[in-house]
Design a protein around this ligand. Structure first.
Ligand SMILES: [Fe+2]
Length: 324
């Protein structure tokens, strides 16, 4: 049986200061603080019924990193089939217990990405219509992750064949090799995006926003707080996914995307959309150039036995188009 993965559902980052992270994520972005214990903050958007981002204090001298990316699966048997897959392919795995998630399977995929899977979770009433409790620009729900990987095609093939991910959009270079891919389980454009480059590293973690104005309001809030340097790219309109977007950097440099207005991909005859790497409309329909930091910087990922997963160079080379 193939594991039935529902969607990307949570991530755990380590951070150097819980105080600075709380100011950024709770005071400025208005995320709901569901728990504050175990030297960690457990955050969610107003539509999330469980925590979707855990920020854990990292050890002294440790580099802030991504501990894992988490997916919710349909059933307990799905976890067993993931164990079978890990054993068959020799992937390291272990069971972990997490706050509100009593049984979580953590494994390392063949590309070194730390992933966690769970079925059981304690949920909480959502805040979607508790408008009087909304704070900041109104982050709504977890949307997707974007990981930089050395071999996009191999990663895409494994997630498709073994975990049943479906392709919604992809970019090829001049030679026809896969430069980037957007894959999904949930029926949106993506739960998981793959981009060519040194990795594995987390490029960004994204929240869905109710509308474009809430994204613009984020810029106003960060400017009002005298922290415009947190705004890295956008707001703008992506060609890929059609999303209205903004990229911001947290106090440790973890990149968060605020994202809205993509489309559904559930029809059985949906044809994946192909882009050429040198098409400037791919990155932004409006033609705005992308800062170099957006291509060059990303969060390291934790190795299975601790420490940082060593990054390998991207298989494809080339200068990204439209860089300022
Ligand atoms: Fe994204």
């Amino acid at each position: 049986m193939k594991p039935d993965i529902i969607r990307i559902a949570q991530a755990t980052f380590t951070v150097s200061s819980l105080e600075a992270s709380k100011e950024f994520y709770v005071d400025l972005l208005g995320m709901n603080l569901l728990h504050e214990e175990n030297d960690a903050l457990y955050l969610r958007g107003v539509e999330d019924r469980e925590w979707t981002l855990k920020l854990e204090k990292c050890g002294d001298g440790e580099v802030p990193r991504v501990r894992h990316l988490g997916y919710r699966v349909r059933c307990g048997e799905c976890l067993e089939s993931l164990v079978e897959l890990a054993e068959k392919q020799g992937l390291p795995y272990r069971w972990e217990e997490e706050l509100d998630r009593p049984k979580m399977l953590r494994l390392q995929d063949p590309f070194g990405i730390p992933v966690a899977f769970y079925h059981e979770v304690k949920t909480y009433p959502w805040l979607l219509q508790e408008y009087h409790q909304h704070r900041g620009p109104g982050l709504q729900r977890v949307d997707h992750c974007n990981v930089r990987v050395p071999d996009v095609k191999a990663t895409l093939d494994w997630y498709g064949q073994e975990l049943g991910f479906r392709l919604s959009e992809y970019t090829v270079d001049e030679a026809g090799d896969y430069w980037a891919a957007w894959i999904q389980r949930r029926g949106g454009v993506h739960d998981f995006a793959l981009t060519n480059g040194a990795g594995p590293c987390l490029h960004h973690w994204a929240y869905w926003m109710p509308d474009a104005m809430s994204i613009i309001k984020t810029c106003d809030i960060l400017a009002g707080a005298r922290q415009p340097e947190r705004i890295e790219r956008g707001p703008g309109r992506h060609g890929v996914s059609n999303a209205f977007f903004l990229y911001i950097r947290d106090p440790d440099g973890h990149r968060i995307e605020l994202y809205t207005s993509d489309y559904v991909t559930v029809d059985p005859d949906f044809e994946p959309i192909k882009w050429l790497r040198d098409d400037p409309r791919r990155q932004t329909l409006w033609g705005a150039k992308t800062p170099r930091s957006w291509f060059e910087e990303a969060s390291p990922m934790e190795a299975f036995d601790g420490g940082i997963q060593p990054a390998q160079e991207g298989k494809l080379t080339g200068i990204p188009v439209h860089v300022i």
